[in-house]
Design a binder for this molecule. Sequence first.
Ligand code: NAD
Ligand code: AKB
Length: 316
Amino acid sequence: MDKILIIGACGQLGTELTLKLRDLKGQENVIASDLLDDPVDLLKDGPYEKLNILNKESFQIILEEHGINQVYHLAAILSAKGEQNPHFAWQLNMESLLTVLEAGKDKLNKIYWPSSIAVFGTDTPKINTPQNTIMSPSTVYGISKLAGERWCEYYHQKYGVDVRSLRYPGLIGYKALPGGGTTDYAVEIFHKAIAGEDYECFLSEDSMLPMMYMDDAVKATIDLMEAKQENVKVRSSYNIAAMSFSPVELAREIQKHYPAFNISYKSDFRQEIADSWPRSIDDSAARGDWGWQHSFDTKELVEVMIRNLKDTFVFD
Ligand code: NAD
Ligand code: AKB
């Protein structure tokens, strides 16, 4: 039976992934963990452990106490926040991955660890970015994800660790707020539009980036983890894609629901990061190897975000 630990469960992805895994595997079999004393409200109904993954001993104790055999390691500092404290971002992102990979040698039968489109850089082809191509990340976050991918492949080849990974694009969902990335604007914009406020975007209007609705990201993650070993041929990390849009295109789609919604543009340091990333992604390896398919395009994303945010969030 799967006994799962999710590290960084109270974040944007972790909240939704934990809920879905608890649905599928049974509430008691999915232990959420994060830095917080108590879990976020949405995760209060299932088991929770306070865990700083930099504390190796606490991690080992939790593995033993719960008989954990699978870990989803989501804790990381993302692209924008990472630039505020590059050394700490490197320490957290790298040390924590190595701790989890080491446990994969004898205690875990499967590990999930997310990478990102941030592994690509200015020298990378920007349109339909291939699975294997020039990688020249310019953020500490991207450097740590690229190094992490190499470590995952290394542990798989050297020690047979069954570690699986996806290079997510920007993730957009309504259940949790994003945690300090360059694509965060694509969540913030919905909150402003629904509250009847204008939005000042920190990227320029034509900054096209790959994006994905959270339900698709969660489905991709679970599909990859459930795929047969022999179908998981990429052991660094798989490209996955759903849609690409720029801020002006997203705003136009939102204006179909909120015609009075206004957006203005004032680029900050995150512009340079966005400019270094792909505009669209070739994910044919994931589609071919284990049958990845997305369900949400931009129009459907906007509809589902507005419908659900209107119901969930209380605006002042
Ligand atoms: P997030 O910032 O929303 O959540 C990260 C969680 O990790 C937070 O709840 C935080 O409290 C926790 N955390 C931080 N330091 C920790 C520590 N020392 N010990 C334990 N927990 C700690 O991030 P997210 O958006 O949910 O991203 C999850 C993963 O997915 C990350 O690895 C990220 O790089 C990757 N990813 C996310 C996106 C995206 O758009 N959200 C895109 C690509 C990749
Ligand atoms: C970020 O913007 O840092 C993340 C990512 C694409 O990895 N959303």
